[in-house]
Design a protein around this ligand. Structure first.
Ligand code: MG
Ligand code: MG
Length: 266
């Protein structure tokens, strides 16, 4: 069942989104060679709680941490650990969620540890194109379109480059629950599925792999990796469909919260 949110609820969700956005801005400055993913998690929990939020993931189906931290061939759901120390050239995917006033925000980033110059151009391109796939999906999250228009827009960014588009993990509705209907796949033909109506709030989250789309789960029962060991990138934002266009509730300071309005304004 798809739960539409009232304008007042969307405003509340924007508060949760802002906490997640600010958290990512803080963490971006903390990510560097020599830092453990456990340290990132400690910073994250402090930052979320200091803003009046509750970590969404901690305790969710038994997940033990505030962040999912997934390195290199790990796609999603990596568990922070003092033993995972970031090195120059690593891809660190940080996925974070926060609950504020009962509503969730959910957003993920891929940072290149030590900066873009520490990796091969094909790795830099994977990260950048996955980010572009996210924004293509967000711009398609417009009133009057259909759900699979988002999926098709994301996939269209990956296809020319031959990336594996992960199929087993997809985006989702979000609200009082972290995961609500509908599923938001990152692949598929356009023009299908439910009509996008104001009050629908979605987490759009492409995962592109340098190799095949296939995944497997490690023995910790959480960490999802590429089956062929290839590198993976993951970006995610929470977006509300509104009468005024897509509103990216988790947009950071350097990103457009209203991407279509920005585009229209040139
Ligand atoms: Mg997430
Ligand atoms: Mg999500």
């Amino acid at each position: 069942m798809i739960v539409r949110k009232s304008p007042a609820e969307v405003e509340l969700m924007a508060k949760a989104g802002k906490v997640v956005a600010e958290l990512h801005q803080v963490l971006r400055e903390v990510v560097r060679p020599g830092v453990s993913t456990q340290h990132l998690d400690e910073v994250a929990e402090r930052e979320v709680r200091s803003r009046g939020g509750i970590p969404s993931f901690k305790g969710y189906r038994g997940f033990p941490a505030t962040l999912c931290t997934s390195v290199n061939d790990q796609i999603v759901h990596g568990i922070p650990s003092p033993d995972v120390v970031l090195r120059e050239g690593d891809l660190i995917k940080i996925d974070a969620g926060a609950i504020v006033d009962g509503y969730h925000g959910d957003s993920a980033v891929t940072w290149i540890v030590g900066g873009e110059d520490t990796v091969a151009p094909e790795v830099r391109d994977l990260v950048e194109r996955t980010r572009q796939g996210l924004w293509a999906g967000l711009e398609a999250a417009a009133k009057g379109r259909r759900l699979s228009d988002i999926s098709a827009a994301v996939e269209a960014v990956a296809t020319p480059h031959g990336y594996g588009v992960v199929r087993e993990y997809v985006g989702h509705g979000i609200g009082r629950a972290l995961h609500e209907d509908p599923h938001v796949p990152n692949f598929g033909r356009p023009g299908r599925g439910p009509k996008l109506v104001p009050g629908l709030v979605l987490a759009v989250e492409p995962m592109f792999n340098l190799g095949t789309a296939d995944t497997r789960t490690l023995a910790d029962d959480w960490t999802v990796v590429t089956q062929d060991g290839s590198l993976s990138s993951h970006w995610e934002h929470t977006v509300a469909i509104t009468d005024d266009g897509p509103w990216v509730l988790t947009a950071r300071d350097d990103e457009p919260a209203w991407p279509l309005a920005m585009r229209a304004a040139g």
